[in-house]
Write a protein that binds this ligand. Structure first.
Ligand SMILES: C=C(O[C@@H]1C=C(C(=O)O)C=C[C@H]1O)C(=O)O
Length: 363
């Protein structure tokens, strides 16, 4: 049996090799960056990253390795993010403030090294992209409990910005405080919704009578709790980390968790990954005429294209009740099947993006 010293020597030798290999990888990545620059193509290629993760997961299973898909993803998404930064450092605008769940979602894709810009509103994120001050934007699109984020849909309808990826993230709340004991806590900060989502936890720990102070974001709650030893915050994991407030309890939300779907926005078209989703906006000529939506959807059925979502929004263009439809379907804009549908409805359909299908999370 090896001693601790021997194990550590072994780890050091392996780490040296990993670093050497990573540096070799980065030399190749830089060359890829040059090729892309010459051909003016996109740096971020989610379909390629997905293929790498799948290949490595399979290899790990075949090798009977200890790393499963989640572990491989955690390591390699960070390697990809560092690689992309080396190809071309790119700025990422997200719905802030720092420490928001959108920040957490952005970091999960773009890693710890990227240049992040917290924005005051979703429309500010779009503006940063439109003026090319940021290459990527990260915004929430829907929450499994609260429903769709209307502002994101409305802005997608108006803007030329494209969806290049989606990701689902479980929304877990942490109870964080600098207090030594729970009984030292006299006030708790969070967003209005934050308290609502953690009612059972507050009751169980006799905290219902402690002063509950709603603030505009859970990140703000973490900042306030970081400055007061008798205060606590209910906030995201990333906010607690960012503002150095120790976590007393994790996952304090009531039993049914929620997940949020985020879009990553940019200005390019992805290639097919053959496991794609596409989002379109449909402005039917006669949206109020009976059967016009049904006829439109029948064209999808005819081509065996499966829809994953349909959402109606008031068009806001005319005073009356005119509706637009946001539709997500399985497939890529370049699929022949969809092109056939598009031929029939060219004037009514706006393509919003085709992207690798994200994994929904069991909550
Ligand atoms: C290196 C590339 O660029 C990016 C980085 C990748 C990587 O680190 O493997 C993969 C895909 C791209 O998002 C590439 O396209 O191959």
């Amino acid at each position: 049996m090896k001693t601790l010293e021997e194990c550590r020597d072994g780890i050091d030798a392996i780490d040296n090799k990993i670093l050497e290999l990573l540096n070799q990888r980065m030399v190749v990545v830089k060359r890829v960056g040059e090729i892309k620059k010459d051909s003016k193509s996109a740096i971020y290629r989610p379909e390629r990253e997905k293929a790498i993760i799948e290949r490595l997961t399979l290899q790990s299973v075949n090798d009977k390795g200890l790393l499963n898909q989640d572990a491989i993803e955690a390591i390699f998404l960070e390697i990809f993010a560092v690689s992309r930064n080396l190809e071309l450092p790119e700025r990422i605008a997200y719905l802030g403030p720092e420490g928001s769940f959108t920040h957490q979602a952005a970091e999960s894709r773009f890693g710890a090294m990227s240049d992040y810009m917290p924005m005051r509103s979703i429309s500010h994120v779009f503006k940063e992209l439109e003026t090319k001050r940021a290459k990527f934007g990260v915004v929430p699109i829907e929450n499994s409990r609260d429903g769709v984020v209307g502002e994101t849909l409305d802005l997608l309808a108006k803007s030329s910005v494209k969806i290049v990826a989606e990701l689902y993230m479980p929304i877990h709340m942490s109870f964080v405080t600098k207090a030594k004991k729970i009984s030292d806590i006299t006030k708790i900060y969070s967003r209005d919704k934050g308290f609502g989502q953690c009612r059972e936890f507050l009751q169980e720990h006799n905290l219902s009578n402690v002063e509950l102070i709603p603030v505009e974001s859970t990140a703000k709650a973490a900042i306030l709790a970081s400055k007061d030893d008798s205060a606590a915050a209910i906030c995201s994991h990333i906010a607690a980390k960012l503002y150095n407030v120790p976590t007393m309890f994790d996952h304090v939300e009531d039993s049914i968790g929620s997940q949020t779907r985020f879009f990553i926005l940019s200005d390019f078209k992805n290639e097919k990954s053959y496991d794609d989703k596409t989002s379109i906006l449909v402005r039917l000529k006669d949206s109020v005429k009976a059967g016009s939506l049904v006829h439109f959807l029948q064209d999808f059925e005819h081509e065996s294209i499966n829809l994953s979502k349909i959402e109606s929004r008031p068009s806001k263009e005319k005073g009356g009740f005119e509706y637009w439809f946001f539709i997500d379907f399985y497939g890529h804009v370049d699929d022949e099947k969809f092109q056939k549908v598009l031929q029939k409805h060219k004037e009514e359909v706006t393509w919003l993006g085709s992207y690798v299908k994200g994994e929904e999370i069991e909550v």
